[in-house]
Structure formats: C-alpha cells, structure tokens
Design a protein around this ligand. Structure first.
Ligand SMILES: [Zn+2]
Length: 433
C-alpha cells in the first residue's frame, strides 16, 4: 500500500448517475486509483455524508465579488447590462492590487465552501497600473487561488478594443493585451509559474466587440495548437448581436462558425440570443455552451435555448460569472426553473435518462471539467481526487430517501449543505473555515 494511499467511503457516492452505498474510492498521489465495492476497510469513513465529484465553476470573474450589492439602485427607473457595466468599470478604475486580492480571496473561499473545487477564471483585469503593461494582477490571481487551495484554470483573456474598431475606454485600459504576440508571451510566462498539480491555462477572446476579428482567429488557432480550451462571451446581449451584423455581416456565433474550426475545445459563454439554426450548428460541431443563469437573471440578459443544449452530452456547463451569488446548486436549479416558467412545462433539462437532476449535476461537474480541459468532474480512476461532501443530516436533506437524494439536492439544496471539500486528495474543513 503506497504511503499516501487513502480509501474513502461515504454513506453514499455519486457514481454512474446515481447515489450508491458501499462504494470505496482509492486515492494515491492526488489521483483516483480505484472505485467500486472493493471490500477494503476505509481509512477515511465519511459518516452521514454523500460524496460527489467536486463542483466545477466554468466561468467566473472573481474580482466582481467586490461588486456584490452595488449597482442595484435605479435612479433612471431601470437598468441594463450596460448600466451594470458602468458600475463594474467604477470598481475597476480605482481597484488596488490589495483590494483585487481581497475580492479574489473572498470569491475563492466562498466557492470552496460551496463545494466548488475547480474554477475557470475568465481573467481580463490584467494590470495593476491604470495604463499598464505589467500583468501584475495575473500573478495576484494565481497566488490567491493557490493560497485558498482551489483548483484554477486561468482562462487568460485577450481584450483589445472598446467596441468594434473603437479605442479602449479609460477604464478598459487595465484590460489591454496590446498584441497577440505579447499576449502569448504572457501566457508562456504564466505557464512557467503555475502549480502543475492544481493549475492550468486556457485561452479566451473576451468577445467580438473587444477583440478584432483576425486576432480572434489567431487566438483560437493558438489554443488548438496548445490543445487548451478556447472560451468567448457570445451573444449575451441583443445590442452585441446587432453590432456584429453591422461590422462582421453576421451574428457572432455564425461568424465564428464560418471563421474558426469549432470543436469540443470551444466554449461559448451565455449564447443567450443564439438563434436555433446557429446554435444547432455550434452543438453539432461539438461546441459547448456555458450558462450563468443567476448572472443572466441579475443583468436582465434573457433566457437561452436550454432545451436545445441540455440533451447534448457534455455541451452544457455552468458558471457563477459576476459572483453576486456563489451556489452552483442554485445555478443548475435556475436552468430548469427558467425553462419551466418560459415553456410552461416541467422536465426541460433532460437527456436520454429523462432525469433532470442527473443531467443538471453533470452540468455542474463533468461538463464543466471538459469545458475547462481538466481531468475532474467524475469519480473514476485516472481523474483528480477532487470531491465535495453533502451533510445528509442537514435540515434541508434530512429524511430524503437515497433514490430521491439527487433531485432533493438539485431542487432543494444550497451551498450550506456542503460539509467538506477535497482538492487533489487534500481535504479542507470548509464548515469550520
Ligand atoms: Zn463573464
């Protein structure tokens, strides 16, 4: 038996789309080695708990945790995504590196407490210097994730223009990545300083309005060459779709489909206003969609065509985006509930299993892991030993039968039901943190 081998057994383990009793999970070197009814004595018996893969938050801007509760008054009578953006820019304008670190630390701590073991950080606030080229905040982000102990996929994000062909606004200068070459040099520099066991890179172009067309193509080519995920905000707002018609002659998703080779590495964040035909094309190529229902609701973005996305295996992941609320159980619940309200029917987020709870838990685990290119999201040999446990004695889950537990979690649980989390084989006691 290797020195660092652990044999974990909870009352119930989420395996093959259902909770099962009597399952042992063997972990060595931070990786899952074996799973099943192995008949071995556990070295870590998790009584009164259910074991799940650690949740995967596929889209976050950690610093926006500092906006929580701000920008929620409407002296003009109503606000939009664009008025919210003004509040965000006001935060960015004077943000010091220490404040940035504090917001990130709070966000990452809160994520761990909510059972999130991997965060995909779509990171575009690069510079400490207001007119900067220092990329100092990239380092702060990496350090902070490491200190908190959350697995980080740093989705390094290119940002070049203040709109189609327009110069950056004052507040956007801290996002500026200047040139594709410089951006890739920074990516290489970051690659050398990451902790290989818990940190990795992906590439993003912020949006069609913030990166010129030819650079989007170059960035995607580079992501494919490096075999990392390629993310982009896409069709969140009707105004952006209209502007793309005006400047590119096509909506953003259609333009991308015609100019890059969309595949399973490509993740469109939001796709709120994607029309059925282009969304079908995107999904058929293997392209993925990251939905952020709480943020999309908060910003008044709209409701995506989730019924088209959910049946596709691997296509639907979720993110906490602006981090006004950090609770992936609530995110996946909203995915189903907004569709129920919109379509006046129940059971929209289903696949071949006819089971929304299983489909939605996949969105918060395996689909997110695949969208970020990390071997997390499922309890099976060869994957990283990232877990969360739920307290079965919590008042929210007390008295629920084993067969109903998945649905009780998806439709009833909150992050408060999470008892402990494990990243790369190391447990953190989040409830006492
Ligand atoms: Zn976002």
């Amino acid at each position: 038996m290797p020195d660092d081998e652990a044999i974990i057994e909870a009352d119930l383990t989420w395996l093959d789309g259902r909770f099962q009793a009597g399952v042992q999970v063997v972990v060595t070197g931070g990786i899952i080695a074996k799973v099943g009814r192995l008949g071995r004595a556990p070295t870590q018996r998790l009584s009164g708990r259910a074991l799940l893969p650690g949740l995967v938050n596929a889209h976050s801007h950690a610093f926006q945790r500092g906006l929580r509760g701000r920008g929620e008054t409407y002296p003009q009578g109503a606000g939009t995504f664009w008025t919210w953006r003004e509040a965000m820019y006001a935060l960015v304008r004077d943000l010091t590196p220490d404040e940035f670190r504090r917001h990130c630390r709070r966000a990452f701590h809160e994520m761990l407490r909510a059972g999130i073991t991997t965060v995909g950080e779509f990171h575009y606030l690069h510079h400490a210097d207001p007119v900067g080229r220092d990329y100092a905040l990239d380092d702060v982000l990496v350090e902070t994730a490491g200190e908190v102990g959350i697995r980080l996929v740093l989705i390094e994000t290119a940002y070049r223009t203040g709109g189609f062909g327009e110069p950056l606004l004052e507040a956007q200068r801290r996002f500026d990545t200047h040139s594709t070459d410089g951006f890739l040099q920074q990516l290489d520099r970051l690659g050398r300083r990451l902790d290989d066991a818990t940190q990795s890179l992906a590439i993003a172009a912020h949006s069609v309005r913030a990166v010129p067309a030819e650079e989007i193509v170059e960035l995607h080519r580079e992501a494919a060459r490096r075999d990392v995920a390629f993310h982009m905000h896409l069709e969140e707002q009707r105004r952006e779709v209209q502007a793309a018609w005006d400047h590119l002659g096509a909506p953003p998703m259609a333009w991308l489909l015609d100019h890059i080779r969309v595949d399973a590495r490509c993740v469109a964040v939001h796709a709120t206003h994607a029309e059925p035909d282009r969304l079908e094309r995107w999904l058929r190529t293997g392209g993925r969609i990251c939905l952020c229902p709480l943020t999309e609701a908060n910003l008044g973005d709209g409701i995506a065509d989730v019924a088209r996305i959910a049946p596709r295996r691997g296509a639907m992941c979720v993110g906490s985006d602006c981090n006004t609320r950090i609770d992936l159980f609530e995110e996946i619940r909203w995915l189903e509930y907004t569709q129920r309200l919109h379509r006046q029917r129940r059971g929209v987020c289903i696949d071949t299993r006819s089971n929304p709870a299983a489909r939605l838990l996949d969105a918060a685990t395996i689909d997110g892991a695949e969208a970020l290119g990390v071997a997390a999201g499922r309890i099976e040999p060869g994957r990283v030993a990232d877990f969360c446990t739920l307290d079965l004695a919590h008042p929210i889950l007390e008295g629920v039968s084993d067969d109903s537990l998945a649905a009780a979690i998806v439709f009833g649980a909150t992050a408060e039901c999470v008892r402990d989390v494990c990243v790369a084989g190391r447990w953190c006691e989040v409830r006492s943190a």
